[in-house]
Design a protein around this ligand. Sequence first.
Ligand SMILES: Cc1ncc(COP(=O)(O)O)c(C=O)c1O
Length: 388
Amino acid sequence: MVKVNKNITDIKTPPIDYFNNLLRTKSNNKFKSISFGHGIPMYTPNNYYKFSNNPLLDDSSYKYTEIRGDERIRQYISAKLNSKCSFPVQSDNLIITSGANSAIFKSLFLQLKYGDEVIIPSPVYFNHTMAIEMIGGTVVEVNSIAESGFQLNLKGIQNKINSKTKAIIINTPNNPTGATYNNDDIKILAQICDKKNITIVLDYTYEDFSYNLNYNPLASFEHLKNLIIIGSFSKTFGITGLRLGYICASKSIIEDLCKIQDTISICAPSISQNILLQLLSNENDAIKMNFNSASDSRDKLIKCLNDSKILNWEATNGAFYAFIKIPNTENSWDFCEKMIIEYSLLVLPGSIFGEHWKSYIRIAYGAVSPKEIEEGVQRLYNQISKTT
Ligand SMILES: Cc1ncc(COP(=O)(O)O)c(C=O)c1O
């Protein structure tokens, strides 16, 4: 019998499949299913791009690329980051990975020894927690301040820093709250981390989904010394299934990261890189389509929640998530199961983003139309008003 590492058996199974399956098999057929569960944007390349070359016919699609990924994609990212950073980013600061999740895992695997601590503002993106625990590290959650739109709790973070602290993960724009962390707070955190030689892992997956149009968390950093930037192509280009992301780090650790990349995946999928190379020329169309659609859905969500009177959302400014407190509910897992079984509506329980958030739900609005938002919020209202 295969003896599984306790680090893995101790981790909870990812919850998304469970709720997707519940929606598929247990929803009420009186209602059309609506999913506010998927963290995906509305449009794929089929909606905004006509391929001129078929990547299936290109031999290089079937071969490994360099470990670091295609140089042209790395040049594209370095130009994009250079437009936002006060320090230079070159293509040899970059590795293309199979998605941001694998970039996060590789970046943490690079740093953590058994028992090392990583601080994460909570609610947390659960794959961050899973990666740390799999590697044998310890997660230290610090609750964000709900009343301030889930901004960083700087004092709380500072209080948790000790000699075991290796890294702090910040995810802005944030999943699951949609918060865009205040630049001054990030700056203070960066200075603290510089002084104490702690790495900031900045998960910048939702880079292109900020409704405060000048938002730029990278402006808060002065160098890459204690910073690892994690990016994703999934949301910007609507290509979650192609599995492409990146790591940006100081050159001194890229060699070591390449050892991990080579061992786990050799390189990011070549065919995906070839598809992306064509899409890069149309980046603005991709961003515009997905951003505008998320922005329209957000406007509609703000209006519907306000009109409902019983669901309050102090609208956050990024990604495509709303994290909302459900009145009179201490068990949002049960609440979410009920929403599927009685109303065919999928929302995710706050508890999967941290124990503290049992009375919250996450609404993902990136891939739903304003009409579905209206209908979904009505169903939430119908359920909640039974108990208020
Ligand atoms: C905060 C955050 N980081 C990383 C990811 C994973 O992105 P990718 O598809 O690039 O692996 C997600 C996906 O939802 C996310 O929300």
